[in-house]
Design a protein around this ligand. Structure first.
Ligand code: 7PJ
Length: 259
């Protein structure tokens, strides 16, 4: 899954049009590189980031989703707001990727009415404060228990299991040790019975290990994606599609033919 962030540059004369064009160029480049899903997001959820209004999120996302609905690759929309979910589905989105796991009032209804796939992600706290000393007694157990409860809520709201994906939420209210534990024990989440998605690409967890800045984390990101797949992940959310695909092609060539 390739990440498409739509964050308009308020200093540029092109404004939103320019950022829409940039997002579509980026998407076309990823499609060329063989991406299977595009994940479109209009609100930064990095640690310390401030929320964006639903009007602004819609303005950023919808033109891109509409344009991408005509391409060959399905589109996921990274949002936590029910109104944005409904509009994204109407514009052609095939998946809603929610870092709040459909906890906002009306979110369960928005996706169950829409008939789309959903990624339920774990986060402790909210993006503004989540990295201020996150605490767990047993991070793998607690994240897994949370995801089980959210899966049950989704099923109770009428979603079917074949539409659901879970994600432990690397970097979302987790310290370095928590992130490492989650990756080391990622296979535990297979017990939940739905595909596992992970987002490790370019994250600060990899910066802490390598000492590299965001732009220099491609090799670490590919390594992390490979480890995640080896431990059972089905979907890896990445910025560097070609590099990740090549690494996974080698992995799959060795793993798929056991004769
Ligand atoms: C994730 C995400 C992730 C899912 C972001 C970033 C921060 N959605 N959205 N999982 N991360 N499902 O890409 O660095 O890990 S935004």
């Amino acid at each position: 899954m390739g990440v498409i962030n739509i964050t308009p540059d308020s200093f540029s004369d092109g404004g939103l049009y320019a950022s829409t064009e940039r997002a579509l160029d980026r998407a076309d480049c990823m499609i060329e590189e063989g991406v299977d899903w595009l994940d479109v997001g209009g609100e930064s959820t990095r640690p310390g980031s401030a929320p964006v209004s639903k009007e602004e999120e819609l303005r950023r996302i919808i033109p891109v989703v509409e344009a991408l609905a005509g391409r060959k690759v399905p589109v996921s929309v990274d949002t936590s707001k029910p109104e944005v979910m409904r509009a994204a589905i109407a514009a052609g989105a095939a998946m809603i990727n929610d870092i709040c796991a459909l906890q906002a009032p009306g979110a369960l209804e928005a996706v169950s009415d829409g008939g789309v796939a959903v990624c339920l992600m774990h986060m402790q706290g909210n993006p503004r404060t989540m990295q201020n000393n996150p605490q767990y007694r047993d991070v793998v157990m607690e994240v897994s228990d949370f995801l089980r409860v959210r899966l049950e809520a989704a099923l109770a709201a009428g979603l079917t299991k074949d539409r659901l994906v879970i994600d432990p939420g690397f970097g979302f209210g987790k310290n370095q040790d928590h992130n490492i534990q989650l990756l080391r024990h990622l296979d535990c989440f297979l017990d939940l019975g739905v595909p596992i998605m992970v987002g490790l690409s370019r994250k600060s967890m990899l910066g802490k290990i390598t000492g590299n800045t965001v732009g220099e984390r491609i090799h670490a990101s590919v390594a992390a994606a490979l480890i995640a797949v080896a431990k059972g992940a089905s979907i890896v959310r990445v910025h560097d599609v070609k590099a990740t695909r090549d690494a996974l092609a080698v992995y799959n060539a060795v793993n798929s033919d056991c004769s």
